[in-house]
Design a binder for this molecule. Sequence first.
Ligand code: NDP
Ligand code: 2IT
Length: 446
Amino acid sequence: MADLTVKEFMQEIIAKNPGETEFHQAVQEVAESVLPFINKNPKYRETKILERIAEPERVIMFRVPWIDDKGEVQINRGFRIEMNSALGPYKGGLRLHPTVYLGLLKFLAFEQVFKNSLTTLPMGGGKGGSDFNPKSKTDNEVMKFCQSFMTELFRHIGPNTDVPAGDIGTGAREIGFMFGQYKRIRNEFTGILTGKGLNWGGSLVRPEATGYGCVYFTQAMLKAVGDSLKGKTCTVSGSGNVAQYTIEKVTQLGGKCVTLSDSGGTVHDPDGISEEKLAYIMELKNVKRGRIKEYAEKYNCKYFEGKNPWGVKCDVAFPSATQNEINEADAKELVKNGCIAVGEGANMPTTPEGVKVFQDAKICYGPGKAANAGGVATSGLEMSQNSLRLSWSREEVDKKLHDIMLAIHEQCAKYGKEGKYIDYVKGANIAGFVKVADAMLDQGVV
Ligand code: NDP
Ligand code: 2IT
């Protein structure tokens, strides 16, 4: 059989999924890593495993009608992409953001399959959400939306079927409203969502897990080249869940975070974001739901309207906002300014051209599906605790998270080592692929 080229493979993907540009981007990156491996292993080629992984097992799209505080009817579109269940129940977050459409969630669901495989826990991959914009909505409006969303979603999920969680725009408040509605409809208290409140089934360290895990992974990358986070200046984008706990852990490990951002712009605080300043950010973002600009006003530092943080000189960068937030020019700027490591808290935050810049410069580059897997891994730990009807201590969960991040680093190194350099993109893609592919082979053509 002649080798299957990335070009041939992508032509079919693009023809079958027109206009879904983020999905094409995510599939192409995996195909570039995995096709050479598949071509050498005919059992995967003959059984069209990658073609099957790129086709969701099921896509659910639905109307989400609700009534706002003025009494006006609003209509949003809800989605759940049940991508792959070879390794366990579908698992992945729910994104609430006006840019949500089918192609965006398919990219996230596709990435999730490989990420969840890397965690070593029994979880398939999925993603969902809606084009609902929680910003500037009242708590009552958010509750009305969440209840309507769950009124359709409930029939598709379950503790052994599909277990959603948070993502952009879906935090503790939204998970609470959705859980309440599920329980009311089904008359059942079960672990159908993760990221739940700590006193009603949530796991300790789940709120912190994505940020902490990303820092643990970055620390492992630095250790592999004989370095550490101690004394390093770090830039962070975003100011939500992932950004907040990235800052907390970097600071605990002796690094200094100097930026934060939101869709309005970036703040630069050269003195570093201390524990006290972080507490202010958490109140500002999680309770008052304000803008990051207010931080600059309070602490008298610079605010760059409409700008991202990548122009600020740093040793380590933690993109923790959204997809494609680092382009080729940003990546060049980072490398030029001496950046030695990038830990992706966000999903696919670097464009393919940007990734190439990092790879050519041979800096430590940890792609999202490896570096941010601590969030979903701890969701897996929450599912285990729910099944056992037990809750583990903070130290226990944190240790398991730390061990999982080191195990992911090991798997990436195993498949991505090229002499002294570790290509974490190749490593994560192949390691993630092999486990899913082997499970699919065992389970027949389904
Ligand atoms: P949050 O909603 O808590 O925070 C998102 C942050 O990113 C906000 O500061 C937001 O600013 C900013 N942001 C979002 N979209 C844009 C945009 N288009 N342009 C500029 N800034 C933007 O989300 P999370 O912290 O949970 O998620 C951040 C990233 O991490 C996402 O890529 C997510 O998929 C990924 N991730 C999250 C996990 C989790 O457990 N939560 C797990 C693994 C990955 P603003 O408020 O102005 O929109
Ligand atoms: O992108 C992700 O991994 C998440 N948003 C977390 C998913 C989860 O099920 O915890």
